[in-house]
Design a protein around this ligand. Structure first.
Ligand SMILES: Nc1ncnc2c1ncn2[C@@H]1O[C@H](COP(=O)(O)OP(=O)(O)OP(=O)(O)O)[C@@H](O)[C@H]1O
Ligand SMILES: [Mg+2]
Length: 467
């Protein structure tokens, strides 16, 4: 098994000691021009002696996602006839997401963006067609290298931002990194995502005011980036952010793709023209079908060739969305979208290269050293990459710590649980008071034990089941 290495650059030596890597400040990430982009996985800048700024990440395989003739249908009940019928959510989608590229899925609300992410990330397997990773279907080993930032986030309201990240880092990294190293990574991310000033603020929830919506979005992304996953799916990571922060987040995603050689697929609503310029590839969806798929820079000429010339000073993203958003009463709009769908199908059949099919030989030939390792089409040997996650004991310890913190901070829950425990204790005590050690007493003991165990197990697991 290859040893897990701390990221130290192109000329890395697997046996080398940890290298301090100075992270680029989050708010001043320069967008590399396509011409001078470093090769995927190339080294980050080094040199800082500041422990806080150390950046430790794990070696990860390079994963190429491919989907062909992907069709997603669900059975729904007809409102009038009550008969079950098939609803097509995704219609014959094909595409590819490569390491080193930022693929952005855009489309109107309900177009199928989240559904597409679910299918190509292996979360939804009830699909027709194929969705593969390096030529193989998703499996639990491959999923270890993927991270998904959901459209709706889910946090423990009573933890602070830093506590949340530190506990997640302990869960995900403590198997291979020291406490100092993974906490260093937490501090780096707090700074990169502009969360340093809120690090001691409670996250909060619907009962308790906490960090802002934008900060929640950034925290969700930072959590998934702790280990620099090979593949990152981010569903609407910029929704609710101001334009500056939205740009910073996309720059962060692009940096992850381009500098770290990771595969990044994201959905984005209403990008500014500056943000649009950061996209490598674009998938435009309308009604579950592809309107355009390819290099983002080539989308404008493609639309122009279809008779939709984007005005000179207009944001291309706004223009594309205007063409594909249809309201129910807009008959002309529906016809326009239908013609754009047809145009793409015709374009696909005319130009085979529109969808750049990845074949297994290409994946093998791109195998190089370091974190540019690509895996075989069969799925590769995942054992080559060490698992940095905490041991079972470590996981139990993290969960116990988190639960204790949650209980101590949530005064209402703590009071209720104390009262509930006292009442239960008194009731059980009264019912099973002064048991005798005869046949009848033993049977009563067994009843008492059964009750206590059931109460403990269900009492502890119900909140998790309900959530
Ligand atoms: N399980 C399901 N049953 C019925 N309809 C579904 C199901 N899942 C998704 N849909 C429908 O499929 C369509 C696409 O949903 P999806 O969540 O992928 O849209 P979206 O592009 O992510 O939208 P938004 O931008 O609002 O998040 C919607 O019309 C949705 O109602
Ligand atoms: Mg969605």
């Amino acid at each position: 098994m290859a040893a897990l290495r701390l990221r130290s650059g192109n000329d890395r030596d697997p046996t080398a000691s940890p290298v301090e890597i100075e992270p680029l400040p989050y708010t001043s990430v320069a967008t590399p021009k396509s011409g001078d982009r470093p090769s995927p996985g190339s080294r980050s800048r080094q040199g800082s002696n500041n422990r806080r700024n150390q950046c430790y990440t794990v070696e990860a395989p390079r994963l190429t996602l491919e989907w062909r003739a992907l069709q997603l249908e669900v059975t729904v009940q007809n409102a009038q006839t009550k008969a079950p019928e098939q609803k097509v959510i995704l219609e014959q989608l094909s595409g590819v997401a490569r390491p080193g590229e930022l693929l952005v899925v855009m489309g109107p609300s309900g177009a199928g963006k989240s559904s597409l992410l679910d299918c190509i990330s292996g979360r939804n397997t009830a699909i027709q067609g194929a969705a593969t990773v390096n030529g193989a279907p998703w499996n639990k080993h491959l999923k270890r290298f993927a991270a998904y930032v959901m459209q709706e986030d889910l946090f423990h309201a009573t933890l602070t931002v830093r506590e949340h990240l530190a506990l997640q880092a302990r869960l995900r990294m403590s198997g291979s990194f020291t406490r100092e190293q993974y906490l260093g990574r937490v501090d780096t991310l707090l700074e990169e995502f502009g969360l340093a000033k809120s690090k001691d603020t409670l996250i909060g929830g619907w009962m308790q005011r906490g960090i802002s919506g934008g900060e929640r979005k950034r925290l969700a992304l930072a959590t998934e980036l702790l280990t620099n996953p090979s593949v990152l799916f981010a569903d609407e990571p910029t929704s609710g952010l101001d334009s500056f922060m939205a740009k910073s987040v996309v720059q962060q995603l692009q940096r992850l793709a381009v500098r770290e050689g990771r595969t990044v697929v994201t959905t984005i609503h209403q990008p500014s023209s500056e943000v649009f310029a950061l996209f490598d590839r674009l998938e435009l969806l309308a009604d579950g079908a592809t309107i355009y798929q390819g290099k983002a820079a080539e989308a404008m000429p493609y639309f122009a060739s279809c008779g939709f010339q984007c005005p000179t000073f207009m944001n291309p993203a706004d223009y594309f969305m205007e063409q594909i958003v249809v309201v129910d009463t807009d008959v002309g709009g529906a016809e326009r979208v239908r013609s754009l769908k047809e145009a793409w199908k015709t374009n696909m059949t005319q130009r085979n290269e529109a969808i750049e099919v990845v074949n297994p030989q290409d994946i093998h030939s791109s195998s190089t050293s370091g974190n540019q390792v690509a895996m075989a089409a069969s799925g590769g040997n995942m054992d080559d990459f060490e698992d940095p996650r905490a041991s079972v004991y470590g996981q139990i310890s993290v969960l116990a710590t988190r639960n204790a913190l949650r209980l101590l901070r949530d005064k209402t829950a703590l009071r209720l649980q104390t009262i509930q425990t006292l009442v239960t204790t008194v009731l059980v005590g009264i019912i099973f008071f002064q048991l005798t050690l005869d046949q009848q007493g033993v049977s009563n003991f067994s009843g008492a034990f059964f009750y206590v165990v059931t109460e403990q197990v269900y009492g502890a697991s119900m909140p998790a089941i309900m959530s």
